[in-house]
Design a protein around this ligand. Sequence first.
Ligand code: ADP
Ligand code: ZN
Length: 739
Amino acid sequence: MPGNLHDILRETFGYDSFRPFQQEIIEASLAGRDVVAILPTGAGKSICYQVPALAREGLTLVISPLIALMKDQVDALVANGVSATFLNSSLDPEEARLRLSGLDQGIFKLLYAAPERVMNGGFIDDLKRWGVRGVAVDEAHCVSEWGHDFRPEYRQLARLREELPGVPFLALTATATRRVQDDLVSQLALRQPEVFVASFNRPNLTYTIIPKAKPVRQVFDFVQARPGEAGIVYLQSRKGTEEMAAALAAEGIPALAYHAGLEPGLRSENQEAFLRDRVRVICATVAFGMGIDKPDVRYVIHADLPKNMESYYQETGRAGRDGLPSDCVLLFSKGDFMRNLRFLEEMTDPEAAAIARRQMGRMIDYAESPECRRRVLLGYFGEVWPGDNCGSCDICLGTRESFDATLEAKKFLSCLFRIREKSRFDLGMTHVVEVLTGANTEKIRKWGHQALSTYGIGSELTREEWREIGGQLVRLGYARISEDNYQTIGLTEAGRAFLRGNEPLLLTRLPRRPERSATGPSKPLRTGDIPCDEGLFAKLRELRKQLAEQRDVPPFVIFGDKTLRHLALRYPATPEEFLAIPGVGTQKLKDFGEIFLAEIAVWLRDHERLGLTEPAPAPAPARPMKSENGISATALESVRLFREGQGIAAIAALRGLTEGTICSHLARAVTAGVLDLDPRDFLTEEEEQRITATMTARGLGFQELGALHHALGGEIPYAKLHFHRAFQLRANPAPGTES
Ligand code: ADP
Ligand code: ZN
């Protein structure tokens, strides 16, 4: 038994170095401390208890909430040559007896069990007899009622803590909310635990929000552009999941539905099919969740609006556990939000409805904010992302382009004006768009709107494009949507002023290049991607699938995608070369070395060796990194143009960024003291007072621009809030801010 931690990591798991926090957690645990490890999905929590289990004498007990996952985890350990087992209700009596006798003989290093099993009469005595030396509580947030998967059985574990006084406990979770984190320390009765909290940033995930138009088509285009990749499509309703899966299947994409209404046998069959790469896409309600340990989910698409930011983070978090670049796409429609609001009105508990409404509001702020998605998302969990450009969200990548929308805006707004003039009331967005595009609907005939001068003046754009323009005009305050059930859209004072004046207006849209699909750019090679011989990679994946089917385990138990990509990059020819591949330990070399080496040799007989270069190891920042003196190059470029006398709109157009982004650049330069501006050029005294009053009344800080925007009824644009923040911070620099 190797005792050195690095040796265990290399020989058993095939990894060269620890990821951030792993070694600290392992050492604290081996020193006998109770430890709480709060690391995001994909950070490598399993290693944190598996390595100490191998480094110490005796048995380590792993508490895991899901029977389905235990088997996969144990299979993965056994594939690495680790002696591990699990006990749960799925075993037949004979099998269970064998395992118990193995435990009596001390042949296992790790034992997985569900909490209800642990607290069964007699089991604690068994544990003592078996010489348990460590306990890991996986998915420890299950102990908290504030979490999303509360399991009452977890509450019993405090007693286990008491019964095993000399044994260190290690609680692990990926939960980002503070309330749950605090709760789990007290609920598990941990003894002065050492707590490790990593950044919740998921560097390999790219966040994109796309206006929802034709969801089935948008999802299809996206999936189609990623052959061979697996993904999850989240939908709100059961019916929606079935329709989406059927539509994709009809287009030749293997897809299945998953929701709580399916008969249990079929449900686990569909889940299994996804885990084992028999289908590429699973269309699911949020019932599809914690059981998903599939490491190579390459994208998560939300075709409907998630319930709140926490769910969104959790659900998108299922992408890219293996650390390879993956996409999170939200198809956003304000209509979804309005529909959900109406559901809330039917809720009987007004307090719960108010909370739900507030949470949904934060989700809308996120979707509509012109700020970096990553910054807003992490900000929601109280983490400040100080970098300026995250490089992997639609805002920072500047995937939207600005265009001169003066004419379009005038058409839209005068259509609102004419409708009201004629009918004396406002109508919904759909109707306005139909009038603009000259549709022939019953409503139009009924109200005589085909006679309006604005009827059909917008036929050059699609209805979706008009909707998007309308949405942006609402956000800019030129139009307003009524708060009642009808959600009619009407002109505001600012809108009238714009119609009368001759100010130009820039809006943003997705670039209209034909080679781009409706869901954005076709799949780019991103930082962190491992370039490799894609043909060989596909071949090795096929081989992996066969081996997995033979052994009745999920493919990732054999090798992860990262390992296969390295194989298809380096073409190892000898066992030594094979062992040097990340994810290959001594056991896997023994079991799979020959067959994979043979496959690679056969491939090289018919194919040329591609001389691709190895990617430089990506710096995996455990914590968000600060850019130099707080200002990035991209912000400085905006500042430079501004100093040259360019206006904000012009800079945005020139740089292909949104005006909001340019404002945030300038605002940051103000905070940092690089740029001196007069507050009165950007916001009125009255606006300033309103913002300050709202912040005081709601107890909001500057990190919560989204919440502030919401609290102000969306009436003060983000750009102004950015500036307000900057002027305030310049006047009273807070500790820790860029200066
Ligand atoms: P989590 O439980 O935190 O979501 P996992 O334990 O499933 O994460 O690990 C995620 C992935 O990272 C797995 O594929 C795992 O093998 C890999 N991994 C973990 N630690 C390391 C390491 N030190 N070096 C390389 N890969 C690692
Ligand atoms: Zn970003």
